[in-house]
Design a protein around this ligand. Structure first.
Ligand code: ADE
Ligand code: ZN
Length: 336
């Protein structure tokens, strides 16, 4: 059946790959900047009108954006905003990535406390159930990675769901060996493990994440499709791939026809659909992202629903939450 705007709007949604750093509206940052006696480099409405064609430049810009958030309360407000704005487009559950290297003004315990408070407030006011994942940068040391996991264990809250790596995979080469002890410690402590791989790295980055880091799922993972044997493995092992089509078409693929979304679906890969960096992508909503993916890859309603169910299975939450999310999807399907 045809995918209509009403179907997209009403579909209960689950998102597993969005960076909290890329969800803060310009107007909010303008307010925070004023409290520090600072001004944004451009009017708030134009803050994100910058070229995001190069990942390294983009990551530097993220640092400058995060510097406007000066207090724990402001960070909590940013987290609360994400929860509330998500629910408006029927995102029931979300996992946001937060990389402490973008936030040198906060300690890890402060970050955990502030984001937990913001997500708690958001959900209590009717927002989405949001959890968060703390992320390593590719350039960090093994000792820094282990220290992050120790801090996560010591300051754990129910909203802190896992460990990840993001940043530019091309800057450092393979990092599996370096981060293996931290990922093992995170797994032993019951945290979920996800890795940006197969975006700025090719199939070798995907293998590194699976074999050395024992990642439960991959952020992007799309370049795994360049290697037929790896694509078969991803499909057979049902490794969840948190795909971000709009982001990939902006930062990764020059030619849209090179994006492997349709091939991944046809191969039976476990695909979820996500925004990655919404403020930098024209204020992208997940509803828009799903509509774009559906028309780009000629997806059916069943396939879009299957991506939501895949996201539930891949989520770093307990079985009770998963059962409630699957029930909401089943109810939606039953009403069609
Ligand atoms: N951090 C924020 N967005 C990212 C992306 N697309 N790739 C790697 N790291 C990121
Ligand atoms: Zn990402």
């Amino acid at each position: 059946m045809e995918i209509t705007p009403a179907f997209l709007a009403e579909l209960p949604k689950i998102e597993l790959h969005v960076h909290l750093e890329s969800t803060m509206p310009g107007e909010m940052l303008e307010r925070f900047a004023a409290r520090q006696g600072r001004r944004l480099p451009r009017p708030a409405a134009e803050l994100y009108h910058c070229s995001a064609e190069d990942l390294s430049d983009f990551l530097k810009f993220l640092d400058s954006i995060c510097a406007y958030v000066g207090t724990e309360e402001e960070l909590a407000e940013a987290a609360e905003h994400l929860s509330l704005s998500s629910r408006r487009e029927k995102i029931l559950y979300m996992e946001a990535i937060l990389n402490p290297t973008h936030w040198p003004q906060f300690t890890v315990p402060e970050l955990i406390r502030a984001v937990t408070a913001g997500f708690d407030r958001g959900q209590a006011a009717g927002g989405a159930d949001c959890r968060f994942i703390l992320s390593l940068s590719r350039t960090q040391t093994a000792a820094e990675a282990v220290a992050l996991v120790e801090a996560m264990k010591a300051h754990r809250t129910p909203r802190l769901a896992g460990l990840s790596i993001d940043g530019n995979e091309a800057l450092t080469g393979l990092t599996g060996q370096r981060f293996r002890p931290a990922f093992q410690a995170a797994g032993d402590a019951g945290f979920g493990r996800t890795v940006h791989a197969g975006e700025s790295s090719g199939p070798e980055g995907v293998r590194d994440a699976l074999d050395l880091l024992e990642a439960d799922r991959l952020d992007h993972g799309v370049r795994g499709a360049e290697d037929p044997a790896l694509l078969r493995r991803l499909a057979e092992e049902k490794v969840p791939l948190n795909v971000c089509l709009t982001s990939n078409l902006t930062l990764l693929y020059r030619r849209p026809e090179d994006h492997p979304l349709r091939r991944l679906l046809d191969a039976g890969a476990a695909v979820t659909l996500n925004r990655d960096d919404p403020t930098f992508l024209g204020g992208l909503t997940l509803t828009e992202e799903l509509g774009r993916a559906a028309s780009f890859a000629a997806m059916s309603r069943e396939e879009l629903l299957a991506c939501q169910r895949t996201a539930v299975r891949a989520a770093f939450c307990g079985e009770e939450t998963k059962a409630a999310l699957l029930a909401a999807l089943a109810e939606f399907e039953g009403c069609r």
